[in-house]
Write a protein that binds this ligand. Structure first.
Ligand SMILES: C[S@@+](CC[C@H](N)C(=O)[O-])C[C@H]1O[C@@H](n2cnc3c(N)ncnc32)[C@H](O)[C@@H]1O
Length: 203
């Protein structure tokens, strides 16, 4: 692990992911998780304290530096947390083995988000739920123009984060049906603050 990832990127992401309006989004989403939970892109474990009555959480993330922070946070919760330091595009997990999957501000960064979601679909039980909150492609042409411009360099400085992904389309492309969607601008710079918050189920 390089100096940049450990000393700059990981602390920066850990800080950024605690800023307004992110905690409020977590508060409204994460307590809905239930049973055996798979969290894709668990990062520094900032969702952990928001889980309610869950059996266990399995967190997938390739970042060793963020994983160390997540392990420290896992020591403060009263359910088992299992870590897998891997990318989500290929999951070494059994078919239909999770009740719920959670993904927060991560579909922007996964190189192949459709492949990752197809894996999530495979490991979710047929009646399972995908809870998501992500930022992405805005509905307004002037904002999209800025998202596209900024995206020429943004992934390089923000850990691979893309500003202009059509989150709802990506979720649907992996054979999920979106059953709840609260999409809209949240406080903050408009190119970064159009959120997709909702629930989807395998088709
Ligand atoms: C902006 S952070 C969000 C972290 C966390 N979900 C949260 O809500 O604070 C994006 C996360 O995506 C993870 N990530 C990047 N590529 C990934 C991949 N291929 N599979 C799984 N996670 C990935 C990063 O390591 C990072 O932890």
């Amino acid at each position: 692990m390089g100096f940049y990832e450990r000393r700059i990127l990981a602390p920066m992401l850990d800080w950024a992911m605690q800023q307004t309006p992110i905690p409020r989004e977590r508060e409204n989403l994460i307590p809905r998780a239930h049973g055996k939970v798979l969290e894709i892109g668990i990062g520094s474990g900032l969702n952990l304290s928001y889980y309610g009555d869950v059996e266990s959480v399995t967190g997938v993330d390739p970042s060793e530096a963020l994983g160390e922070k997540a392990q420290a946070r896992a020591g403060e919760v009263d359910f088992p947390v299992h870590f897998k330091q891997i990318t989500a595009e290929t999951l070494p997990l059994d078919n239909a083995s999770f009740d719920c999957a959670v993904i927060t501000w991560t579909l922007c960064s996964i190189p192949d988000p459709k492949a990752a979601l197809m894996e999530v679909r495979r490991v979710l039980k047929p009646e399972g739920e995908l809870l998501f909150v992500e930022h992405g492609h805005a509905p307004d042409a002037d904002v999209v123009k800025w998202q596209d411009r900024l995206n020429t360099f943004w992934p390089k400085i923000a850990g691979g984060c893309n500003l202009n992904r059509k989150i709802d389309k990506i979720i649907e492309s992996a054979d999920f049906r979106i059953e709840e969607l609260d999409a809209g601008y949240r406080p903050g710079a408009r190119p970064m603050s159009y959120m997709y918050h909702g629930l989807a189920r395998p088709i």
